[in-house]
Each structure stands twice: as structure tokens, then as C-alpha cells.
Ligand binder design. Structure first.
Ligand SMILES: NC(=O)c1ccc[n+]([C@@H]2O[C@H](COP(=O)([O-])OP(=O)(O)OC[C@H]3O[C@@H](n4cnc5c(N)ncnc54)[C@H](O)[C@@H]3O)[C@@H](O)[C@H]2O)c1
Length: 355
């Protein structure tokens, strides 16, 4: 009986593969291993040491390993694929997985180039399978509650957003991502690779994507560090959203830890008051009234986004954080990046993409 039950349980678990088991892929793998409805069947990475480490982590599921991601896509047994390779590979891998009829969880940014993002969204829309973009902040219940109240009108009409993503330092130059992160053609740069999370939250709260962007970026602090560096270490971008709403965004990697106003924030200004959205989710009424907490801090489920992916697969319901959300976030970042590189006003309409 017990053996038959085990076989049945095994059949009910979604055969899953993880492509890229570096820093993020390892974290995702831990999350997958905790899901009762998932089974880690194949692990893929070009670095054998990472593959071995991941295989040890996932030993309870006895996964096979490969260094060739095409084999994962060709494998008919695999139903769900996680893509946690460097950004320049995401769109190609995700497109191949979608076309092969897999459910796909693709890390952010879902792509670096408008043309590949356009192709990916079209394929994901045409597929009957689930596509989840790794914009996991959307699964935080605190933000869902606070943004829900903003959408219900608690601060009136949104007129402006001021946001930033400052860090105290670069990613380690010899760290796990050092072989791609500092090369703009592989990682996309700080705005596209990191700030895509913050930009996605701005899109979410504004319930729109920007129509235009302009800005400047530079390498002012980590000049030629690491050698050959091509990504900016600071930037200032202004986005325009529908209705002339402005979103002003700054990023840097040299904000001293003890200096105030560091780290990340999103301040949303409305006609009835403003909200400090990230971390605090507090509203400050325009008439000077006492601050109102929009959503109390709470312990969040660390793998809620992964749970959402399998719930969508097993219950056959659409995933809320899908290819369109991922593409919108990526394109918002690409728009800002293009503005910094060209030092011009650039328009979303030039992408020729309707999402
Ligand atoms: N959602 C988040 O909060 C979050 C956090 C960190 C990283 N990420 C994203 O996850 C992705 C990976 O970042 P990371 O920090 O894990 O980088 P990493 O360098 O630690 O891991 C990437 C892995 O992909 C492997 N890889 C490279 N080319 C491959 C190929 N052709 N086939 C198979 N594997 C290949 C590398 O060997 C490496 O092990 C990035 O897109 C990053 O933006 C997301």
C-alpha cells in the first residue's frame, strides 16, 4: 500500500528542471524542493561544480544533470522549467521552452532586447501553459494590500512617483555573477538587471507602463573596476507615464551605509496624500493629518512566488505574474537604459510592441 501511495504521489508531482544553478537558481531549487507538488527531475548548468552542488542539494529527488540546456528543452518528461541563467540567455531559453510546451518560470529580466521580448510575449500568449516572470515582489502580501488601497483611491489620483535603488557597494567583483554582471551585453546593466524590480513596482502602483524616458548614466565611482566594466554605476532617469505623471528614479552603488535616505524606496504622491510604499507602506495625508499604516508588516512566505507557479499549473488557473508583467518590467528598464545611453528622450512606441 505504502509503495503504491508513493508511486501515486510521485506521479502527481510536476517534473521540473532548473537551468542555471548559480546564486539565484540554488535559491529557487530550495523552494522547488519544498513544494509537495514538484519533483526536481533535471538540473542544468555549464559549470560542473555548481551542478554537483545542486545535485547534492536535490538528492532526495535523484535528478539527472546536464551541461546542455537544449537537452532540457528536448526532454519530453520535463513539464516545468526554471530559467536562472544570466540575463542575455533568458529570452532564447524561455522562448524555446514555451515553444516546446513547457511551463516556464523565467528569472528577471525576461529579456534584454525589445525584439526578443516581443517574440517571447507572443509565444507565451499563444501557449496554453503557464509562464511566470521572476518578479517575486508581486507576491508580497504587504505590497498587494497597500497597492490595493492605492488603487481603491486612498491617496486620490497619483500625480508623481519618486523612487530609488541605491546600494552600499557593487556586487562582489569576483563573486558568483562576476563573469557576466559587469558586461552590459550579458547582464544589461544595473537598471535592467537590478532596478527592474523597483520599476516593476512603479508600473504596478501606476497600473501602466511609461510612455517616454530620458536620463543620464555614468561610471563615476568604480572606473574600470572590474577591468573592462561596461555597466554604469549610477544613473538618473525620468519616466513619463500616461496623464503626464512623472516617475523620477535614481540608482547608485556607493551610498554609505550610515547615510540617511539610502537603500530603496518608492514614494507615491497623490492628490490626497503620499505613500512611502516599500517596507513601511505608510500614507501621509496632504492636509497634515496623522500617518496611516496601509499594511502592517508581516512575515511573508519566502517561496510564495514558486507556490503560485505550481498552483497555476496544478489547478489550471492563469498565473497573475505572467509574461506580460515580466515583459513590461523588462521593457521599462530597457527604455530607461536606452535613454541613458542615447542621452535623448526615447519613446515606448518605438518598441512597436503592444502588450
Ligand atoms: N528575482 C531575484 O530577486 C533575483 C535575485 C538574484 C538573481 N536573479 C536573476 O537570476 C539570474 C541569475 O543570477 P545569479 O545571481 O544566480 O547568477 P549566477 O552567475 O550566480 O548564476 C547563473 C548560472 O547560470 C549558469 N549558466 C551560464 N550559462 C549557461 C548556459 N548556457 N546553460 C546553463 N547554465 C548556464 C552559470 O554557470 C551560473 O551557474 C539573473 O538573471 C539575475 O538577474 C534574480
Amino acid at each position: 500500500m505504502a509503495a503504491r501511495a508513493a508511486v501515486w504521489q510521485d506521479a502527481a508531482r510536476v517534473p521540473t528542471a532548473v537551468i542555471g544553478v548559480g546564486n539565484r537558481g540554488s535559491y529557487l531549487l530550495e523552494g522547488v524542493l519544498q513544494q509537495p507538488n514538484a519533483k526536481v527531475a533535471v538540473l542544468c548548468d555549464i559549470k560542473p561544480d555548481r551542478l554537483d552542488k545542486a545535485a547534492t542539494t536535490a538528492a532526495k529527488d535523484s535528478p539527472r544533470t546536464t551541461t546542455d540546456w537544449h537537452k532540457v528543452i528536448e526532454n519530453k518528461e520535463i513539464e516545468a522549467v526554471y530559467i536562472a541563467s544570466p540575463p542575455y540567455l533568458h529570452a532564447e531559453m524561455a522562448l524555446a521552452a514555451v515553444k516546446a510546451g513547457k511551463h516556464v518560470y523565467c528569472e528577471k529580466p525576461v529579456g534584454l532586447k525589445p525584439a526578443e521580448i516581443k517574440q517571447l510575449v507572443a509565444a507565451a500568449k499563444a501557449s496554453k501553459k503557464i509562464f511566470v516572470a521572476g518578479q517575486q515582489l508581486r507576491s508580497l502580501t504587504l505590497l498587494q494590500e497597500a497597492i490595493g488601497k492605492i488603487h481603491d483611491g486612498i491617496i486620490g489620483d497619483i500625480v508623481m512617483v519618486k523612487a530609488q535603488r541605491h546600494a552600499t557597494a557593487d556586487l562582489p567583483h569576483d563573486g558568483s555573477s562576476g563573469d557576466w554582471y559587469f558586461d552590459v551585453s550579458k547582464g544589461g546593466g544595473y537598471l535592467i538587471e537590478q532596478s527592474v524590480h523597483n520599476l516593476d513596482l512603479c508600473n504596478w502602483v501606476l497600473n501602466a507602463h511609461p510612455t517616454k524616458a530620458t536620463g543620464f548614466g555614468a561610471i563615476n565611482f568604480y572606473k574600470n573596476q572590474p577591468a573592462g566594466r561596461t555597466i554604469f554605476d549610477c544613473g538618473s532617469i525620468v519616466y513619463e507615464y500616461p496623464g503626464n505623471v512623472q516617475m523620477s528614479f535614481t540608482q547608485n552603488v556607493f551610498h554609505p551605509r550610515l547615510m540617511p535616505a539610502g537603500n530603496q524606496y518608492i514614494h507615491v504622491f497623490g492628490t490626497k496624500g503620499a505613500v512611502d510604499l516599500m517596507y513601511a507602506a505608510t500614507m501621509y495625508p496632504i492636509n497634515g493629518g496623522a500617518p496611516v499604516v496601509l499594511a502592517e508588516k508581516r512575515a511573508e512566505r519566502p517561496h510564495a512566488h514558486i507556490e503560485m507557479f505550481y498552483a497555476a499549473i496544478t489547478e489550471g488557473k492563469p498565473a497573475p505574474i505572467n509574461a506580460v508583467v515580466g515583459a513590461t518590467a523588462a521593457l521599462t528598464a530597457v527604455l530607461g537604459h536606452e535613454a541613458m545611453v542615447k542621452q535623448q528622450v526615447v519613446s515606448w512606441s518605438d518598441f512597436g510592441i503592444t502588450l
